[in-house]
Design a protein around this ligand. Structure first.
Ligand SMILES: [Zn+2]
Ligand SMILES: [Zn+2]
Length: 148
């Protein structure tokens, strides 16, 4: 890691124990496979790939779970935020979870995998009634690390 490099994106877990810097723009995908669904507790994992050398942990480091013989998943042991996917077949690459980025819009998905496990209601999501967060959480006290 050269100290001369400038991060193009930053991110981290919900509690702030783990923070990272990216020195290259990652390529976004989503994966509907059952392993990804379980790993994030959601309908799909939104992941973005970049060279491992272009990621630096700037605070803490993720705990890991080897979810299969092919991959391990990194997460914050303090707050549980899913952070990485690392496949053994591509040791020079790492995926970070797109929404752990401070700016998730910077890595829009370009492809989707694991479509055999896509939840049946995936295609209806955009049609659901839409309510803003601030309509429901007046007086909320956040313990989430601020994005910066
Ligand atoms: Zn955390
Ligand atoms: Zn997957």
């Amino acid at each position: 890691m050269s100290e001369m490099r400038t991060a193009v994106l930053n991110g981290g877990c919900q509690c702030g124990a783990i923070r990272y810097a990216l020195y290259a723009l990652p390529v976004g995908t989503i994966c509907h496979c059952r392993m990804c669904q379980k790993a994030v507790g959601g309908p799909f994992a939104a992941l973005a790939t970049l060279p491992r050398a272009d990621l630096a942990w700037t605070a803490g480091a993720p705990a890991r779970f080897e979810s299969s013989s092919l991959a391990s998943r990194g997460f914050c042991a303090a707050c549980g935020t899913p952070l990485t996917y690392e496949g053994v077949s591509e040791p020079d690459k790492i995926d970070i979870t797109i929404c752990s980025l401070d700016d998730p819009a910077a890595a829009a998905p370009r492809e989707q995998y694991g479509v055999e496990s896509r939840v049946t209601w995936f295609d209806t999501l955009a049609g659901l009634p839409a309510v803003r967060t601030d309509a429901n959480y007046d007086g909320l006290v956040s313990r989430q690390h601020p994005d910066f």
